[in-house]
Structure formats: C-alpha cells, structure tokens
Ligand binder design. Structure first.
Ligand code: NDP
Length: 318
C-alpha cells in the first residue's frame, strides 16, 4: 500500500529571517504554512553575537535571541515548524514536489525557498583535518575555547572584522590574515579592528598550511608580495571568507546566476518556475542583511498569496 503524499498550500524551506518572515505573513493570511528549518534552525544569525543594525532593537540584540523571537512570532500565528532537510525536488508539474530527509514527500501549491548561504572554506587539507579541533568557521561558537590563547582569523570582510574584535576580547592575541592590502569591511568595522591593540593585521597574506596533529599549534603564512613565509604560534584558526548560496538541491529546476544565487524576477520573488518563490540570502548576493532578508520573506509570502488566489480563480472559472 502506498502512502499518500502530504498536501500543503505554502511550503517554506529555511528558517532564517526570510523564512520566518514569510511564515508570519503566510500564517496571518491563513495559508497554513509548513516551514522546514534545515540543519541549522535559525540560520546564520544563530552563530553571530550582537545585531545592532536591525530596526526596533535600540540596544541591539543577540543573534540567537532574535531568531528565537522570529520563530515564536511565526508559531503564534500557527506556522507548522519542522526540523528537516530538503533532499530533492521535482518542479516538473504542479503541485510542486519536495522530498525531505529522502523520505517525506510534500505536494505544495507554492514553495518559498529561503535556504540562505553557508560558510566558505579555504580548502586546505589541514583545514579539513583539524576542523572542530582548533579550526572553526564561527568565532562566536568556538572563541570561548581559546581564552587567553593566540588565534588567527582569515578574511577582510565585515564578518572577519566583527569576529576578530570579538576574539580580541577573549584571546591574548588575534592575527588577522588579509589577502589584499586593504579590508573590504565597512569603515566603522575597519576602524574598530585597527584600534584594537591585540589584533595584528597581516596584509597581502595567504594561508599556506595549518600546523598540528590532533589540535592546532601553528599556521604557515606567506606574504604575497615578498613571497616570505612565516610561522605563527596559534592554538585556534578561524575562517571568515564569505558564503556560498544553498541552492544545490534546486539547481536543476530553478535558474541561478553565475555565482549560484537564485535569479528572482526584478522587483519580485518569482523564480522561473510558477509557484516557486525565493527570499533572503539565497537570492541576494549584494545586500545579505537580516533586514533585507526579512523584507524579501514578506514579499515572497505576498507573491505566493497572489499566485494561489489566481490559481483558485482560474480553477473556479474552468
Ligand atoms: P565578504 O564576501 O564581504 O568578505 C569575504 C572576505 O574574505 C573578503 O575580504 C575576501 O577577500 C576574503 N576571502 C575570500 N576568499 C578568500 C580566500 N580564499 N582566502 C583568503 N581570503 C578570502 O563576506 P562577509 O562574510 O564578511 O560578509 C558578507 C556580507 O554580510 C557583507 O555584505 C557584509 O557587509 C555583511 N555583514 C554585515 C555585518 C554587520 O553589518 N554587522 C556583519 C557581518 C557581515 P577580498 O576582499 O580580497 O575579496
């Protein structure tokens, strides 16, 4: 006997600001959304510290707390929130099919993709081998383990700058490894980094190898201009070099740009597939902010609602 697929009006994939905001709007519009969290419920903000630029929090708020508030607000209006990962999709016909954890098939009248983006790695053998043993992509999660020790962090963007200043409060010394002669981070974050006495910025520098057998005990760095190699004694190595959009499972159906982000129709969240909408970092390479993600989550719910009303009207007229 075959088990019938579950039927859902609005299926939301992902639980960052975009997914939860879409859920709040869809639930209040009585579309009974089902939201799958993915493997990191709450998304990237759960691995950050203070969020000071989200409107409505004059004193700032911790990222994990903010995502807890988003979740509660989505639940308050009846969103069905589930832990699970989308493992395959079939968008060849409508209703749209999405399989979770390789076994649970959902037939959805509309799908909102808000799967965000994941941390990038340097792809060094030593980085993979020592991951979780001194190598980390999340200073906020793991910085505590390196109290009063020396650490290094790679990257020159806002994430690296923010994490370097965070680590500087806990660790004895922070070596910031920047591949260019300048930081990409915002001016305010640059100033904060440069004014922190225990952060040393190594400009034009690449990581050659992370040293250590079971734990990290050093890193070999290379100056890209002089070619000179130096070994730094460190116990923790942090990677903060940006993110990759989580679009792998959708790539055979949904049109992506050259960087792998979902292409949404300008001024909307419509993808190339009818009834499939994209919101948040998964379709935004430029802004990537919690507030812009939340805004596009709202747009996706409104677009989905309009789509479902049009579908219903067409069915009645047939
Ligand atoms: P970014 O893409 O902005 O920066 C990535 C950094 O890593 C760049 O300095 C880049 O160097 C460097 N990098 C990339 N690949 C490598 C590599 N293989 N080896 C060495 N270095 C490398 O990513 P972020 O995560 O920093 O930020 C993403 C977005 O989120 C940005 O828009 C940022 O403004 C925003 N953000 C905002 C925050 C806030 O407002 N509180 C906090 C954190 C992020 P290069 O410059 O040479 O390309």
């Amino acid at each position: 006997m075959s088990i019938a697929n579950e039927k859902v009006k609005v299926l939301i994939i992902g639980s960052g600001p975009a997914g939860y905001t879409a859920a709040i709007y869809a639930a209040r519009a009585e579309m009974k959304p089902v939201l799958y969290t993915g493997i990191q419920p709450g998304g990237q903000l759960t691995i950050t510290t203070d969020v000071e630029n989200y409107p409505g929090y004059p004193e700032g708020i911790m990222g994990p707390q903010m995502m807890e508030d988003f979740r509660k607000q989505a639940e308050r209006f009846g969103t069905d929130i589930r832990f699970g990962l989308a493992t395959s999709v079939d968008f060849s016909s409508w209703p749209l099919q999405v399989t979770f954890d390789e076994e649970h098939v959902i037939e959805a009248e509309s799908v909102i993709i808000s799967t965000g983006a994941s941390a990038k790695w340097l792809d060094l053998e030593s980085e993979q081998r020592l991951n979780g043993h001194g190598v980390s992509a999340c200073a906020v999660c793991d910085g505590f383990f390196f109290r009063q020790m020396d650490v290094a962090i790679v990257g020159g963007g806002d994430t690296a700058a923010e994490e370097a200043t965070y680590l500087a409060k806990i660790c004895k010394k922070v070596h910031m490894l920047v591949r260019k002669g300048e930081l990409r981070a915002s001016k305010a974050m640059q100033n904060r980094v440069l004014a922190t006495p225990n952060i040393e910025v190594h400009w034009n520098t690449e990581t050659k190898e992370i040293l250590g057998h079971k734990t990290v005990d050093g890193v070999i760095i290379r100056n890209l201009i002089s070619g000179e190699e130096t070994t730094l004694d460190i116990q923790g190595f942090f990677v903060a070099i940006g993110h990759t959009p989580n679009t792998e499972v959708f790539k055979d159906w949904v049109t992506l740009d050259e960087h792998g982000y979902i292409k949404a129709r300008p001024g909307s969240t419509h993808t190339n597939i009818e009834g499939v909408f994209a919101a948040g970092d998964v379709q935004d390479r430029i802004y990537r902010q919690a507030v812009t993600a939340a805004g596009s989550g709202c747009m996706a719910a409104l677009d989905a609602e309009k789509f479902l009303v049009a579908k219903e009207t067409a069915t009645i007229e047939e």
